[in-house]
Design a protein around this ligand. Sequence first.
Ligand SMILES: [Fe+2]
Length: 357
Amino acid sequence: MTITDPEPVRILVVDDEDIVREPLLEAMSWVGYAADGARSVNEALHLLGQHQYHVLFCDLVMPDSDGFSLMEVVRARYPMLPVVVLTGHATVHLTQKAMRLGAQDFIIKPFSIRELPFIIERNLERVRLESQLREQQTEDLLFQTVQALTAAIEAKDPYTAGHSQQVAQLAVCFTQVLDMSDTDVFVLRLAGVTHDVGKIGIPESVLLKPGQLSANEWEIMKQHPVIGAEIVGQIIDLGYVAKVVRSHHERWDGTGYPDGLKGETIPFLSRILYISDAYDALTADRAYRKGMTHDQAMEIIRAQAGTHFDADLVDILEHRVLQALGPDWRTPGYVMPQLSRTTREAMSIQNPLALTE
Ligand SMILES: [Fe+2]
């Protein structure tokens, strides 16, 4: 949010003294801000209901009510709106009271108009940084929650240890070579690490059975995407991730589970997850067996293109994703190379799969 954004920064100046308010408004619009003035708290509340403001300048002493009562309402209704107090007498008591009510900045009257852009920009920047920090904290919390879930299933089923991370890594690489949106990367990364979390709800007698599952046991096992989607769906903001998890065993020809979805009715991100899951399952080394070579795995996957897997994704996996990842992608501490836009464009002669569904 700067003065160069297409939508101008909008400022509300609340001061009953024309001699203060009018020059302020004039200076603000001269610098490029959209500025409105209010003579009283009531007028200010009316304007706040009409427009979205980015900074509020507020006098403390006004005829109908004082600036403190306006700040109280602003804090309750518009907590993200920075308040700059305009005051002629800055006592410690007044400053403390204003800060308790959410004031972030103070200007002592009289002041130089030249200070205005700095005052406005520092308040806009602080709001931007605070909101960035909040988003980061929310994202960190989400990933910690998800990691706790993954750890729970890995503790129960050693087969999945490391598998979820590797599936997420492969799946995210699809989003990079296809130049998909940041939202798709976010969703697929979370869906990748949580895709088998529903196995928490599968009895160990079925989950860890060494031999073949009976028909009845297999029906129980097939519930894991449903249970996983229910668990992931409980986490705030992860509704779409839950949808992707639910469909990670659906097959292109409709023979998958749990819903028997077919072709393009299967969410695109679930199709990516399914093929990433299969490639990792075939090629990863396990305690009890060595993983297949890349060629052996691709032979199996290629044979199922158009039946189990989306045939376009088989091509993309073979010719673009694995090249982009490089041979060491399972090494602990491996960091996926960031593809430059030019590289992505070169690898993506055409991108028929830009849509997520
Ligand atoms: Fe699964």
